[in-house]
Ligand binder design. Structure first.
Ligand code: NI
Length: 433
């Protein structure tokens, strides 16, 4: 599309994170109006988190617009500061930001496990499939544009600056979702000074880096990430809903031959032959409706699990750090003795992250893409973040793992079995120490 077509009327969205989201480029506007992007209105950003934080009901759609807006603001700031930046790639960067989650699965990451394909791969597929509206809009820009966008999202695009704006240590995706999740859940210490981060970012030696004067702003951002993991993403009650959701999906798969499917795409999903159209048809409402309907099916395990999720009668948990398989077997046996199938009622949930990962090469500055660098103007060199920051070096690299055992409340409060389970876990922990 020639630049002369870009002088259309400005479109705006009101947004609690960025104030306003501005759209000038008709390509962005056309993409927002495709059915694949509109589908993201029907997928919540945080999956099961609203069982804990009732406000955390915002959608992938608002996040996708937000990522686009963050990239737009970063490019404007580069321009204002006179930084060298390949402006012919502006549209590619903004489009890739808008579409980075277009293939996200409904509800949460639990569904990805059933299908066995990560959402990033689905995003690329949606962008490249000639049958999608997104693909048609992209190919009208110029032939091959869709492939470039897929390459940015798949981190194969040769210009590393554009890739790192969309997915890197300090990318537009994280900047938007951390702020958005913090604002919508009400978890205030997840906030950081986004406007200032954008002001101190600059492109240098093929990377997005930060001016040295922005050290504390970036520290606040990385600490916000740390708090958000503990307060929101690892929250034990949200994880409990996620665990039950996984159990429902695996039970539905087990009995799918005889199970009533309220939507034809679900038959394909559990039959193991899901195509792109079926995948796109499954949004949060399709799954929620299935869980509602399955509350009354004859399979007592599935109906019970669905009632627990719908009515929020979630499983209770005990911390279960590195316990031996033998201990799990003994507990599973106890659970079974009370009439519960341990495959669905004795569930280990393991999750984890690295807040800030880096690897330094021999000169101390040639890290892999995970490292964050500060630009020291006076010395004319890049310095890896953790070398200048005590708090960041304290949380860097270490993989934070959370391992919990989820059981029905009735099991943990059982007068004989409950205390025995807890005792077994404690004895096993004592042995480890
Ligand atoms: Ni995202």
């Amino acid at each position: 599309m020639p630049p002369s077509d870009m002088t259309e009327e400005e479109k705006v969205f009101k947004d609690p994170v960025h104030g306003y989201i501005y759209v000038h480029d008709p390509v962005i506007w056309a993409l927002i109006n495709t059915k694949e992007v509109q589908r993201l209105r029907r997928i919540r950003q945080l999956g099961t988190s609203s069982v804990t934080y009732p406000g955390g009901d915002h959608t992938r759609f608002s996040h996708s617009l937000g990522v686009y807006e963050v990239i737009r603001q970063i490019l404007l700031a580069f321009d204002r500061n006179g930084y060298q930046w390949p402006h012919h790639l502006d549209r590619l960067a903004m489009v890739s930001g808008l579409l980075h989650d277009v293939g996200h699965a409904a509800y949460s990451h639990a569904l990805e496990q059933v299908i066995g394909m990560r959402h990033e791969r689905w995003s690329e597929r949606i962008i490249l499939d000639p049958g999608t509206e997104v693909h048609r809009v992209l190919e009208e820009v110029y032939p091959g544009f869709a492939q470039q966008v897929a390459d940015v999202i798949g981190k194969r695009y040769p210009n590393s600056l554009v890739v790192s704006l969309v997915s890197g240590q300090l990318d537009a995706d994280r900047l938007d979702y951390l702020m958005r999740d913090s604002i919508f859940t009400g978890v205030d210490y997840g906030k950081f000074d986004l406007a200032r981060i954008i002001r101190v970012m600059l492109p240098k030696e093929g990377k997005i880096v930060v001016r040295r004067s922005g050290l504390h702003t970036v520290e606040a951002y990385l600490l916000a990430r740390y708090f958000m993991y503990w307060q929101v993403y690892f929250h034990p009650v949200s994880r409990s809903a996620e665990v039950i959701l996984r159990a429902i999906l695996s039970r539905a798969e087990e009995v799918h031959d005889t199970l009533f499917m309220p939507h034809p795409a679900l038959q394909k999903l559990f039959g193991g032959q899901i195509g792109l159209a079926d995948y796109l048809a499954i949004d949060d409402s399709v799954l929620m409706n299935a869980f509602n309907v399955w509350q009354t099916v004859s399979d007592s395990i599935l109906s019970d699990l669905c009632r627990r999720l719908v009515d929020r009668h979630l499983f209770k948990y005990v911390e279960f750090p590195g316990s031996s398989p033998k201990v799990y077997q003994e507990i599973a046996h106890d659970v079974e003795s009370l009439g519960y199938d341990p495959r669905y009622y004795c569930l280990v949930d393991e999750t984890g992250t690295v807040y800030y990962d880096y690897y330094l090469g021999e000169e101390g500055t040639s890290g892999k893409e995970g490292a964050l660098f500060l630009w020291d103007e006076e010395r004319g060199q890049l310095i890896e973040m953790s070398r200048l920051s005590k708090p960041i070096s304290a949380i860097a690299r270490e993989r934070q793992m959370v391992r919990r055992l989820y059981l029905p409340k009735e099991v943990l409060t059982h007068p004989v079995v409950g205390p025995r389970i807890v005792q077994r876990i404690h004895q096993d922990q004592d042995r480890l120490h």
